[in-house]
Design a protein around this ligand. Structure first.
Ligand code: ZN
Length: 305
């Protein structure tokens, strides 16, 4: 599923291509869009809030969509998908804009956008820095939730998907199964996630290691059953059907043990993020030493991961 950084990049791409352009022709092929015709309207801007995409027009209407697992937008060239999958297709002055297989799509009054996003927590990839205090307060309302559940709940904080719900806990040495109410340094953990996702929104692709920054590189995502890149123990995880948060998951049973309380490991965080440009983000946690490190030794990073 696309995460907040991907939707932010998509919104920026649509704005770059088509802001200020008139829609010359509009075709809809979706019962939720019956009667919609944006021909003659000018695209003002595209914006993202969490994983929600808003494409605004000067006639006071907005195309709102959420891509979930299946949707996509083609920006510029003619979409290759069969016509019936192009739920909305707009002929702009210099190219096409087509929404493909959109699980959520509607046209609403721009003034009513808040109705569909009012429940969301702080937006990780918005123009303003997210309010980490508020995100943590919201996560603590359900203190027994596993960490991954809390990170994925868009009412807590808007934008994280499964990629960050796996990678961020690994970097700080906390299990995705750890009760969110029993984590010391939760704000630093969320701040790290915000720094990573905002870096990706600015420069893409999703990269949590800081190596080969022009490629999607990560520590353990999709690597269940392979050796941990830090301690070489076989990575554990859930299939989607077994997961309390209904997503495939991965963690290291040694680096990310579940304890009665667990602290963010600042030594590990600094070591694993030593090369990463997310360090320059304002929300990046400034931890020179952990409050209580689960490991007395600085983690050694194994090669070949
Ligand atoms: Zn490990």
């Amino acid at each position: 599923m696309p995460e907040g950084d991907t939707i932010r990049r998509l919104a920026d791409k649509i704005s770059r291509h088509f802001a200020g352009q008139r829609c010359e022709r509009c075709v809809t092929r979706d019962p939720r869009l019956v009667g919609v015709d944006l021909a003659g309207a000018t695209l003002v801007s595209a914006d993202a809030v969490g994983k929600h995409l808003f494409i605004r027009f000067d006639n006071g209407f907005t195309v709102h969509s959420h891509l979930r697992m299946t949707g996509s937008w083609t920006v510029g060239p003619l979409a290759r998908e069969p016509e019936w999958r192009r739920r909305i297709e707009l002929w702009m002055e210099t190219g096409r804009l087509a929404g493909i297989d959109l699980p959520v799509v509607e046209v609403l009054a721009t003034a009513h956008e808040a109705h569909v996003i009012g429940h969301l927590g702080p937006d990780l990839c918005g123009a303003e820095l997210p309010d980490l205090d508020e995100a943590v307060d919201r996560m603590h309302r359900q203190p027994d939730d596993p960490l991954a559940t809390a990170l994925l709940d868009q009412r807590n904080v808007a934008g994280f998907g499964n990629f960050y719900a796996i990678e961020v806990p690994f970097i700080v040495g906390v299990s995705p199964n750890q009760r969110v109410g029993a984590i010391e340094g939760l704000q630093q953990l969320v701040g790290l996630g915000a720094a990573l996702i905002r870096t990706s929104a600015e420069r893409g692709p999703q990269n949590t290691t800081g190596r080969r920054l022009d490629t999607a590189d990560h520590w353990i995502y999709a690597r269940r059953g392979r050796p941990c890149p830090i301690c070489a123990i076989t990575l554990d995880g859930y299939e989607e059907r077994d997961s309390p948060w209904r997503r495939v998951s991965v963690w290291c049973p040694d680096c990310q043990r579940v304890d009665s309380t667990r602290a963010v490991d600042g030594v590990r965080l600094n070591r694993l993020m030593a090369l990463h440009p997310a360090r320059r983000q304002p929300s990046f946690p400034r931890l020179h030493a952990p409050a209580t490190s689960p490991s007395s030794e600085s983690p050694k990073i194994l090669g070949g991961c």
